[in-house]
Design a protein around this ligand. Structure first.
Ligand code: F6P
Length: 359
């Protein structure tokens, strides 16, 4: 094998550059060429690539984002037509042919569930692919944790730490809205580590009056403030998720947002304590990766490379209990949710008095 390609697709996260660097340096050690596909599936569908060598990846492992660019909208099997606006084309075959025309023999796709489903289609269309799982949501079946999750948890902890000092001064209820889509990992890990009093997850519908009573009890007990960590897709018993927008072209079209402001208002009315909402938003997945994500990115990148070189394809690499693993691309895409009955951190938090929204 002489030439391979690598791309990042879907929402970015810290640690992607470490994967790219691991692939490029591993390839350089075997005198192989590497092509970087630009801007996720935009580059795949439009033939936009760059040459990657030792020089281009120097020191990138400590940088956030992705040097190749990414997109969480375009999918190659449903790509917006250039000639007929408003219509879509299947560009999978074209993208495979164009990579082959450029001498590429295998492709590594670093992505979330949606992007790795596209990688499966590309694999089935004749370009061998290996998937590398990444997402701050930690909701992929292929790996626990996923690249980016650990840094995002630290970003959440740092932000809540800052909110606590001002909450203390003003005797306020601070509602913090945390990303993660339908999976509560980021809210649980970030909220717990930052000492949140109440943690509301998508996996457990919350009872608003019970949350209000808990807030009142904490304040009555002498604490000057309360931190409520709420997942962006958390919902009240019998209620609906709060959706901020629909991104029509996107594989996962729902974008969550707004539950924090709604809950802060409701808690202020129900408890009589002043409440404020903070949406941590994209700060959670921005900035430099921590050492864990640099190492995880490098391990998964070099493992994916080894598989590609040994002729393996149609698999996603990952870690399970700290060991490298691989699995076939799943046929269905389902987010991995917290097992709230079995999760060790949930049990610990419950034992320590953290309130999960239901009595
Ligand atoms: O999947 C990663 C993620 O950051 C989610 O936690 C969040 O809901 C979503 O992406 C935000 O998407 P966008 O960048 O399109 O606003």
């Amino acid at each position: 094998m002489k030439k391979i390609a690598v791309m990042t697709a879907g929402g970015d996260c810290p640690g992607l550059n470490s994967v790219i660097r691991a692939v490029v340096l591993s390839a350089a050690a075997k005198s192989m060429e590497v092509v970087g596909v630009l801007d996720g599936f935009i580059g795949f569908c439009e033939g936009k690539y760059m040459k990657l060598d030792k020089k281009t990846v120097e020191d990138i492992e400590s940088l956030g984002g992705t040097m190749l660019g990414s997109s969480n909208k375009e999918a190659p099997f449903r790509y917006p037509s250039k000639t007929s606006p408003g219509e879509y084309e299947d560009k999978v075959e074209w993208g495979v042919k164009n990579l082959k025309k450029n001498g590429v023999e295998a492709l590594m796709v670093i992505g979330g569930d949606g992007s790795l489903d596209s990688a499966r289609m590309i694999d089935e269309a004749g370009m061998p692919t290996v998937g590398v799982p990444k997402t701050i949501d930690n909701d992929m079946v292929a790996s626990d944790p996923t690249i980016g999750f650990s840094t995002a948890v630290e970003n959440v902890v740092e932000a809540i730490g800052k909110l606590k000092t001002t909450a203390y001064s003003h005797r306020r209820v601070m509602v913090v809205e945390i990303m993660g889509r339908t999976s509560g990992y980021l809210t649980l890990h970030g909220g717990f580590s930052a000492g949140a009093d109440v943690i509301l997850l998508p996996e457990i519908e919350y009872d608003l009056s019970a949350v209000a009573e808990k807030v009142k009890a904490i304040m009555k007990g002498g604490k000057r403030y309360v931190v409520v960590a709420v997942s962006e897709a958390a919902k009240e018993v019998g209620g609906e998720e709060v959706v901020s927008r629909i991104v029509a072209d996107s594989f996962e079209s729902k974008r969550y947002g707004g539950v924090g402001a709604k809950l802060a208002h409701e808690l202020e009315v129900l408890t009589g304590h002043e409440a404020r909402a903070t949406v941590l938003g994209h700060t959670q997945r921005g900035g430099a990766p921590n050492a864990f994500d640099i190492m995880l990115g490098a391990k998964l990148g070099s493992y994916a490379f080894d598989l590609v070189v040994s002729g393996e394809s149609g698999v996603i690499v990952g870690v399970e209990a700290g060991r490298l693993t691989k699995m076939k691309y799943p046929k269905t895409r389902e987010a991995r949710l917290l097992d709230v009955g079995k999760d060790d951190l949930m049990r610990t938090a419950r034992d320590m008095g953290v309130f999960f929204g239901v009595s």
